[in-house]
Write a protein that binds this ligand. Sequence first.
Ligand code: AQP
Length: 366
Amino acid sequence: MHSLRRLTIGVSLPSGRRTLSTSSKVVFSGIQPTGTPHIGNYAGAIREWVKLQHDPDENCRRFFSVVDLHAITNSQYAPQLRQRKRETLAALLATGLDPKKSVLFYQSSVPAHTELMWILSCTASTGYLSRMTQWKSKLGLSPHTSLQDGGVKASLKLGLFSYPVLQAADILVHRATHVPVGDDQRQHLEFARECVTNFNHAYGPHLRPPQTIISSSRRIMSLQQPAKKMSKSDVDPKSCILITDTPEEIRRKVMAALTDSMNFVSFDPDARPGVSNLLGILSIFDSSGRDPAQLAKVLENRSLMDLKQLVTDAAISGLQGIRQRYIGFLSADEGKYIDWVEAEGARRARENAEETMVLVRQATGL
Ligand code: AQP
């Protein structure tokens, strides 16, 4: 863990304090309400967030956001998005996030995220953004696509292109020191650090670069197309194991997972992506913490049917209880409990973000 200098900055803060303490540990991360979280979101992010609640550092503050502004970079049906935001929050609570220990809120409830995004956009490089892979993968383009390639400018919307700037603002507005994300977000975190460098170069050392905490679990791939990552918004329900699936749904999906014609177990993501992905899923729930290659060694004499059976049992037992708690949170106090958690989280997040914005507005002359 890197040691942070304590910066003392003399500005008027909303609380009346004249100093902004930047020495404590602040965790920030987010999830898009584009569907029910799957085991990739769980292993790559949410489970790490829950673990961070056990940090013995009493001053550590944690912010976890349902990032609805990011979700609209793909067009959404409004009533469905509203419902999914509540469901995502219920899923976070069901996995163990505790509103007494973590601030849980919808991104759009805190306008400072978009205000800082605009300010960061003014010093962010479009060249850097054009090299990022997410807008290409969301448009189904090769990672080598350039902005100049035919048809790109017509299909690429500004919101999707500038998504990493909003993500940087999400992190920096809360002065996050630690950002736990899945491996696929590594590039975006590098970009957030670049945003800090650009802003601080222009206006002084007001923003601090965050550290990335990458989950030790591998990227989980689609059960049906193991060359693609598992995604909430995948139209094929058989591609994902949702954290709220019933045991029967889990069994059916694992049994239908695409593998190959060699009836033995080995770990080779390039030659055997389907089998290797099943080992990756098994490793998420392995109580001894073995990685997929170690599990493959142990299972080298077993058939693919045995492997699928083991994955099914491990996922059912690893996700046990989440579905019941999820249903309970959604219906608690006739649905008002979720709204209360969000309203309280949003209030605390707005307060925290405003402290940064007072400084940023002053530094930029706004
Ligand atoms: N397949 C995955 N394996 C491991 N980690 C994953 N994450 C996402 N997919 C996988 C991690 O989950 C966190 C929240 O992701 P997100 O909702 O912000 O966006 P995403 O990465 O675009 O997730 P999806 O499921 O693929 O959603 P859609 O379909 O809407 O694009 C992140 O920390 C991410 O790393």
